[in-house]
Design a protein around this ligand. Sequence first.
Ligand code: G4P
Ligand code: NA
Ligand code: NA
Length: 188
Amino acid sequence: MELLKQRILQDGKCYPGGILKVDSFINHQMDPNLMMELAREMVRIFGRRPINKIVTIEASGIAPAILTGYLMQLPVVFIKKKQPKTMDRMLSAVVHSFTKDRDYTVCISADFLTPADRVLFIDDFLANGNAAKGVIDLCAQAGAKIEAMAFLIEKAFQHGGDYLRSAGVDYTALATVTSLDDCKIELE
Ligand code: G4P
Ligand code: NA
Ligand code: NA
């Protein structure tokens, strides 16, 4: 998507280790006009698909998910990274964070992810796909179907995309970073 690509080239910052900082418009400060355009693009891509629920994971996925859910008039549920003391019928999965080199547990209530659900999962980044693996695990436990996954930004030099293709998951990214070598941002 051209608008997002331009913004990444204009305001994105490259950090050693293949990290793209988008703190001034997605991950810390957020640009609501850009976010809304990204949500409209999600509707263009997924609006006619048999989706009845948007699922995301806290924190950075929530903004694009809620705007897309508003436009599609669908409920939005976010997977939590902290296990609340009181959650009815909790489903959980372990996710390995490559960036932080540690495991963490994510959870969702089976009250809000059910066998009746056909899910569009939305997140900010697809990197190694570990968060996505956790989502696939939770949906399998709930008996929910993943209709598709959508990311704002895919880092194609990491392996999340390969994993999703091999798992037969239909996914889209609004912008694809092909390289951050020598701290130069290259987009597809
Ligand atoms: P993975 O889910 O694709 O395997 O990602 P990984 O474990 O490598 O990354 C963990 C966290 O880092 C995720 O956010 C992911 O969105 C984010 N991330 C990965 N690569 C980049 C990058 O190049 N730039 C930025 N800005 N973020 C990246 P998170 O820690 O789970 O949390 P949150 O930001 O959604 O709260
Ligand atoms: Na994220
Ligand atoms: Na993030």
